[in-house]
Design a protein. Structure first.
Length: 147
């Protein structure tokens, strides 16, 4: 019976501050009762019910608690998205600089030597391959250099 009273009391404490009156009375067996309506033909005292102090979520109705949790989750998601965007901007900045450097090296050169991966020897890039590399670096610059 005490657990029923305690559960009822906790439920009443969870009501918002705008709740109507809460009545308390003791029956002929000495059992305390709480209700939103006064007992018929018996005197009862009104109980001042207030939400829990501070930021405590204990006295907060379920819907408010859920709203706060959703808001906190959205804030965490926004923070993660911003961190991801920041990392992408930094990666793009590095790739941009690399594409610019590579393009500048090839821009005015007609004879470019590169290491042949199969033989381990240097070879001169044919003109068509040189033009294709320049074009590729320019495309990388357009893709990663947005400033």
């Amino acid at each position: 019976m005490r657990s029923l009273i305690a559960a009822l009391l906790l439920t009443l404490l969870a009501l918002p501050a705008s709740a109507e009156k809460v009545y308390k009375w003791v029956d002929e067996n000495g059992v305390s009762h709480f209700s939103a309506q006064p007992p018929p033909e018996q005197s009862a005292e009104t109980v001042d019910v207030r939400p829990a102090p501070g930021n405590s979520r204990v006295g907060m109705p379920q819907s408010l608690r859920e709203k706060r949790e959703r808001k906190e989750e959205r804030a965490r998601e926004a923070e993660a998205a911003e961190e991801l965007a920041r990392a992408k901007r930094e990666r793009d900045r590095k790739l941009c600089q690399q594409a610019r450097d590579n393009y500048e090296q090839l821009k005015n050169e007609n004879r470019v030597r590169v290491m042949d991966e199969e033989t381990g020897r240097y070879r001169v890039l044919p003109y068509e391959e040189l033009v294709a590399k320049r074009k590729g670096y320019r495309q990388d610059m357009e893709k990663y250099c947005r400033d």
